[in-house]
Design a protein around this ligand. Structure first.
Ligand SMILES: NC(=O)c1ccc[n+]([C@@H]2O[C@H](COP(=O)([O-])OP(=O)(O)OC[C@H]3O[C@@H](n4cnc5c(N)ncnc54)[C@H](O)[C@@H]3O)[C@@H](O)[C@H]2O)c1
Length: 288
């Protein structure tokens, strides 16, 4: 089993940035890829910003920061991932887009034993694996947001993932990245989102039906249940488009009404109100 030294990260949004940061901080060489050079560079700027904040908090030194940044390169050309030992796909939560990406990754990543992992929140890994000629090397590796701060990673083997691949990414997550790993079966939502998303959708329904304001619902759960963040701020942090997409995938899998994205959530996404990343969701994140 070769060690993992070069990681490709596909998608330079909030998750791709966080995954890039933790891999670079672990001393790995990371190639971060997005659909345009501009998006990839914006991703790198986000990583640089986060590393600077970590240095100011004194969790890393200026040498650590410089070393981590020096290990990251950005591109809009997927073929630059050809030498990767592990690719972590963190592109938009859209099954067609991810399936197309896995087909391309299978073509460009040269080492047939290189692992192709997805950070998907809800799409069955088996469907991504079926787009490749190496289903034994395809696995789910689901990080949590913000990646540098959240200790958990879910490892999701599909029915075809080899034990060696599962063990390799588990060791990578725990020993190289220092995360806590849990293994979940290949069912939409895995462990955490199967439990979390119906709760977030219930909070959105409460706003939609006028039961309480977003502020009061969040205060209810922070002050009444000691949650560190209320459900609507958490939905804004995840991204309302991502929450809706996960709800759709869970509903498609289980056909339970509690997973169906409510109309208010759909209208907000259609209006570009995506939460923190767009500046407005249930709360405003624009500078006053
Ligand atoms: N947001 C969360 O809290 C969270 C947590 C865990 C997992 N996830 C999962 O991580 C993935 C990414 O989520 P995010 O919140 O970072 O989304 P995001 O919207 O912040 O970023 C998505 C990025 O993917 C890029 N992209 C789209 N198609 C691409 C392609 N073909 N090739 C390369 N890049 C492409 C977009 O340009 C964008 O930069 C999703 O699968 C999501 O379900 C999200």
């Amino acid at each position: 089993m070769t060690s993992i030294k070069h990681v490709g990260v596909v998608g330079a949004g909030q998750m791709g940035r966080g995954i890039t940061e933790v891999c670079a901080r672990a001393g790995l060489h990371v190639t971060l890829c997005d659909v345009t050079e501009d998006r990839a560079r914006a991703g790198l700027a986000g990583v640089a910003d986060s590393l600077l904040k970590a240095e100011k908090r004194e969790t890393i030194t200026s040498e650590d920061r410089a070393h981590a940044l020096a290990g990251v390169s950005v591109t809009a050309d997927l073929s630059r991932l050809s030498g990767a030992d592990l690719v972590i796909e963190a592109a938009v939560e859209d099954e067609q887009a991810k399936t197309a990406l896995f087909r391309q990754l299978d073509e460009v990543v040269a080492d047939p034993a290189a692992v192709l992992a997805s950070n998907t929140s809800s799409i069955p890994i088996a469907r991504l694996a079926a787009a490749t000629r190496r289903p034994e090397a395809v696995v789910g590796l689901h990080f949590f947001n913000p990646v540098p701060a959240m200790p958990l990673v879910e490892v999701i083997p599909s029915l075809q993932t080899s034990k060696a691949t599962e063990q390799r990414v588990r060791t990578f997550a725990t020993e190289i990245l220092g995360k806590k790993a849990v293994v979940a079966e290949d069912r939409a939502g895995f462990v955490v989102n199967s439990l979390l998303v119906p709760y977030l959708l219930a909070a959105v329904r409460m706003v939609g039906s006028g039961t309480a304001t977003a502020e009061d619902i969040d205060t209810g759960m922070t002050a009444g249940c000691a949650h560190p963040m209320g459900p609507l701020r958490l939905a804004d942090l995840i991204g309302l488009d991502t929450v809706a997409a996960i709800g759709e995938a869970l509903y498609e899998e289980y056909r339970e009404p509690l997973y169906a994205p409510p109309p208010l959530l759909r209208r907000m996404v259609e209006s570009g109100l995506l939460g923190r990343k767009s500046g407005q969701g249930f709360f405003s994140y624009r500078a006053a």
